[in-house]
Design a protein around this ligand. Structure first.
Ligand SMILES: NC(=O)c1ccc[n+]([C@@H]2O[C@H](COP(=O)([O-])OP(=O)(O)OC[C@H]3O[C@@H](n4cnc5c(N)ncnc54)[C@H](OP(=O)(O)O)[C@@H]3O)[C@@H](O)[C@H]2O)c1
Length: 308
């Protein structure tokens, strides 16, 4: 595994992390505790140390599966979770975001994760008016002073939300999570330069374009009910999959696994600290971890971890 410095947090993160929206049950599969345990145990063996989860991947369900799986070795992991949504049912959330709501959500997340601190607590794609809420900032600082949060981040949406990125330092935000992949390069324009100017860590989310950049789906592919991709328009899916076919033909070197190539592609950008592909099996964890070994993931990347 290779490691990078997560911007000004100075956390040492594996370039490949694990996205766990999947554990909440909105990707056409329910996860048993045993499966999550096996996936995280294998991830640890392979050197992965960053888990991204959220309050609304199930009603704290993903957090709870993770909490049980890692309680014996909590200190080995960097846990990133989020606040700002309340899960009501499949792809249905409300938006509790007052300081009192978030204080409650934080306690619920700590309980589910079976821990007394969260390494990275992220605004979960909130509106700019909520990001600017001074009361919420104050509440988060108090939680930080109390040791319940180590660092504050923002998972932005849309992925050119320059307001939240440019305002990060003022809002005590040290990391940005953003959609970035070979099909969606918008962050390169203004988001990444701002992150670099402020020394913000960058977590590239949806790095496989929801699995499409794995190369295993062809135009016409359909997803079953209960898989979040079932909600997307078929026309949009097919347009993306045609672009993927073109990329596979013209950019992916022969013999290279396309999912691994797609992760390594994201890691080439100087602003990117790590990718957080969502995983559904031990095999996917193993395949994604191996992406770090592709030559595109350079040892001389500006954020490569330097042993002191
Ligand atoms: N607003 C936010 O903050 C927000 C929003 C979205 C996501 N996220 C975070 O970002 C993470 C990643 O995004 P994502 O899960 O939406 O999309 P993604 O990482 O682009 O795609 C994940 C999907 O790709 C497939 N896959 C994974 N590894 C693979 C491999 N090695 N080979 C082939 N297929 C593979 C799996 O689905 P199949 O095998 O079924 O194809 C998996 O469910 C999430 O888990 C979550 O932690 C945050």
């Amino acid at each position: 595994m290779k490691y990078r410095r997560l911007g000004k947090t100075n956390l040492r993160v594996s370039v490949i992390g694990i996205g766990t929206w999947q554990f909440g049950g909105e990707w056409g599969k329910d996860f048993s505790q045993g499966e999550v345990f096996s996936m995280l145990a294998r991830a640890k063996e392979l050197g992965l140390n960053l888990i991204d989860t959220a309050e609304c991947y199930g009603d704290h369900l993903s957090e709870s599966l993770i909490g049980k799986a890692i309680k014996q070795d909590r200190a080995s992991w960097i846990i990133a979770t989020k606040f700002g949504h309340k899960y009501l049912g499949y792809m249905n959330r409300t938006e509790p975001r007052t300081p009192a709501d978030v204080r409650r959500q934080l306690e619920d997340s700590l309980r589910a994760l079976q821990t007394d601190y969260i390494d990275l607590y992220q605004y979960h794609s909130v509106r700019n008016s909520e990001f600017d809420d001074e009361g919420l900032r104050e509440m988060l600082l108090q939680a930080k002073q109390a040791g319940k949060i180590r660092h504050i981040g923002s998972s932005i949406s849309p992925n050119d939300n320059v307001h939240q990125v440019d305002g990060a330092t003022k809002a005590n935000v040290e990391t940005i999570q953003v959609i970035y992949n070979r099909l969606d390069r918008k962050p390169e324009q203004a988001v990444f330069p701002s992150c670099q100017r402020q020394d913000l860590g960058v977590l590239a989310r949806v790095p496989l374009a929801s699995g499409f950049l794995s190369g295993k789906y062809k135009p016409g592919a359909q997803f079953k009910e209960g898989d979040t991709r079932h909600e997307k328009k078929q026309k949009e899916i097919d347009t993306k999959l045609r672009e993927v076919e073109q990329i596979q033909r013209t950019e992916v070197p022969p013999g290279v696994n396309m999912a691994q190539w797609a992760l390594a592609w994201c890691l080439q950008h100087a602003a990117v600290s790590c990718v957080i592909p969502g995983c559904k099996s031990v095999e996917q964890v193993e395949s994604n971890a191996a992406a770090a070994e592709l030559p595109m993931v350079r040892d001389d990347h500006p954020q490569a971890w330097q042993a002191k």
